[in-house]
Design a protein around this ligand. Structure first.
Ligand code: SAM
Length: 244
């Protein structure tokens, strides 16, 4: 079986270096997630980032909340190696857990989480796996905790136009040299899966885009009392749930 693309070291480095060019709303979604965390500056909470990759969002969180802890959960050794290096600056407040989101990451947390966040990761799970991860996230949160997933979300209309627009954005930035060549095969394959084979069958690990409405229903059945989508643009949205 071929290696899952996110486990290739050159892809981890390539994504870490160019994420805010590859993803047209990368920093905007990070900003919105951080702005959506309702905690005072001296909060001693635990934040968990599911599929947190190289720790870019966790590092920004730890910068802003100097008494908090963050755990990056990810299935990729190369991504977590980058995260460990980045989080070393925070004197033990940032740590990593190597786990698939489909497996038991929850028992590896030292305490209930005040916040569980995720970015550009959960859409790799097929529908039943998404439902299960939302359930686990609900169980892992402390009462009053918040869940925020800033992810690729299938728009209700113009899905094909949106994936084509992102493919065009990727092509333009590959041609301009602002995305390193080692990451080009990853983007070419994204275009092949999502544009060339638009509408084809999807399996776990591919881009299993689902609408905000479908995913808010999963959050509701997981037990989240208040669910909404406070930000939605093109192919991206933030899905929010609060545990009462
Ligand atoms: C596009 S990267 C995003 C990384 C990070 N969240 C960010 O926004 O910079 C996708 C990440 O999701 C992780 N991932 C994908 N499927 C996963 C799974 N089933 N379990 C855990 N992590 C997964 C990959 O290893 C990779 O680190």
């Amino acid at each position: 079986m071929s290696e899952y693309r996110w486990n290739l070291s050159e892809y981890a480095v390539g994504y870490d270096t160019a994420a805010d060019v590859i993803h047209p709303h990368y920093l905007e979604i990070q900003d919105a997630i951080l702005a959506g965390l309702p905690f005072p500056a001296d909060a001693e909470i635990l934040l968990v980032d599911l599929g947190g990759g190289s720790g870019r969002l966790a590092a920004r969180f730890l910068d802003r909340w100097p008494r908090a802890q963050a755990i990056v959960v990810d299935q990729s050794d190369p991504f977590l190696a980058l995260a460990e290096r980045r989080l070393a600056a925070f004197d033990g407040r940032g740590t990593c857990v190597l786990a698939r989101l489909q497996d038991d990451w929850r028992s590896k947390l030292p305490q209930p989480a005040g916040a569980i966040v995720s970015m550009s990761a959960i859409h790799h799970l097929e529908p039943a796996e998404k439902r299960a991860v939302y359930q686990e996230a609900f169980e892992a949160l402390a009462p009053g905790g918040i869940f925020l997933n800033g992810d690729e979300v299938r728009p209700e209309r113009d899905y094909r136009r949106e994936v084509e627009a992102w493919a065009e954005h990727m092509r333009r930035h590959m041609a301009s040299g602002s995305i390193g060549e080692a990451f080009h095969p990853a983007l070419d394959k994204w275009i092949e899966r999502n544009v060339t084979h638009f509408g084809g069958p999807r399996k776990s690990g591919e881009d299993c885009h689902e609408t905000a409405a479908a995913q808010l229903a999963y959050l509701q059945s997981a037990g989240f009392a208040v669910v909404d989508c406070p930000w939605h643009r093109h192919l991206w949205g933030i899905l929010r749930g609060t545990k009462q």
